[in-house]
Design a protein around this ligand. Structure first.
Ligand code: ATP
Ligand code: MG
Length: 352
């Protein structure tokens, strides 16, 4: 297979973890006989510094001619005082919008050797393996009117049938690649938009007879995520519910430096990035944990290129290296030697 990948390292630890993610991608290419062409583009603060624009048109063109996008992180104190159109985060919002990346995917799975880092009890966490599928381009965050005065304020929650159908289809398709269960999260006892959402899930499930479907109200789902998170496989939900639940879920397994994410649309194009930000406090020291960026490569292989075996090999390498007791500074114990970003990736490369 031959694919083109746009690499947007961004700011802070972004370039450090992206360099290692690309190295892993190249190793996967060699081992499994694929050619991945990587080309670099500017985004965020780095793009503001060079082009006075957080998402320059050269970057958009690069992404348009690519099969997938890998992104590091954007932002940092250097640009905090910039006017709003020159903020690094604008680049990220703009690229999601430009490419209509309506589905945000966040897997949360227990890593056996890191369960001690979870705030929850081991027996609650150890079977956790879920994927949250959040609608990203509609709902309450984009509804008009949206305004406030001193005396009143309004936000609007609108979903069209088409917007709901495409995210629901995405969730069902992803469940087929996993354990075959979909939990649709809504507030159908109160919200009209949720009533339509639930109706469409019921219509759609006829097309996916192999998938088990359940509905849950968002308040109850929030509770289950803490009391019994291993019951979930794929969760599909609207934008704001997904925002809240995915942050809640991200703490279950205990470490921000481990979590990858994807923002995708129906034709396979996707943007893959670590959940963590640019971590300015550790940037430039070569100590950042590259696991989230490397696992984002695994998501790209699986969801944009359909390379499930290759993705599983990367995930397995990460688990094995942790099991062997190799950690970067964020995870190493007090009396353990922490590996640098590069040294830890060397272990992954050896494993692959
Ligand atoms: P943003 O606003 O960009 O999301 P944030 O304030 O949420 O940023 P992050 O950059 O996500 O913060 O990280 C929070 C802290 O977690 C960092 O300051 C850093 O100490 C730590 N951290 C995050 N990611 C990593 C990583 N990959 N390796 C090591 N430490 C990390
Ligand atoms: Mg953050």
């Amino acid at each position: 297979m031959e694919k083109r990948v746009a690499v947007l390292p961004g700011d802070g630890i972004g370039p450090e973890v992206m360099a290692e993610a690309v190295r892993v991608l190249e190793v996967v290419g060699r081992r499994f006989n694929h050619t991945f062409h990587t080309e670099y583009g500017l985004i965020g603060g780095a793009a503001i510094d060079e082009k006075n624009n957080p998402l320059p048109k050269e970057t958009i063109e690069l992404c348009e001619s690519s099969d997938a996008i890998l992104l590091g992180a954007v932002g940092g104190p250097k640009w905090d005082q910039n006017p709003s159109e020159l903020r690094p985060e604008k680049g990220l919002l703009a690229i999601r919008k430009h490419f209509d990346l309506f589905a945000n995917l966040r897997p949360v799975a227990a890593v056996p050797s890191l369960i001690h880092a979870s705030p929850l009890k081991e027996e609650i966490v150890k079977e956790v393996d879920m994927l949250i599928v959040r609608e990203l381009t509609g709902g309450l965050y984009f509804g008009k009117p949206s305004r406030h005065t001193d005396q009143s304020a309004v936000d609007t929650l609108v979903y069209t049938r088409e917007e709901i159908e495409r995210i629901v289809d995405k969730g069902f398709e992803l469940a087929r690649l996993r354990k075959g269960k979909v939990t649709s999260v809504d507030k159908a006892n109160v919200l009209e938009s949720s009533k339509l959402w639930r109706k469409i899930v019921e219509e759609k499930k006829v097309d996916y007879p192999d998938i088990e479907v359940e509905h849950q109200l968002v308040d109850s789902a929030a509770m289950k995520l803490i009391t019994n998170p291993s019951v979930f496989d794929v969760i599909i939900t609207e934008n704001m519910f997904g925002d809240i639940l995915s942050d809640e879920a991200s703490v279950i397994t205990g470490s921000l430096g481990l979590l990858p994410s994807a923002s995708v649309r129906s034709d396979g194009l996707g943007l893959y990035e670590p959940v963590h930000g640019s971590a300015p406090d550790v940037a430039g020291q070569g100590v950042a944990n590259p696991a989230a960026a490397i696992l984002s490569v695994a998501m790209m292989l699986k969801y944009s290129f359909g390379l499930e075996t290759e993705a599983a090999a990367v995930e397995k390498a990460v688990n094995t290296v942790f099991e062997e007791g190799h950690f970067t500074a964020d995870l190493a114990g007090k009396d353990q030697r922490a590996l640098s970003t590069k040294e830890w990736t060397d272990k992954i490369v050896d494993e692959l």
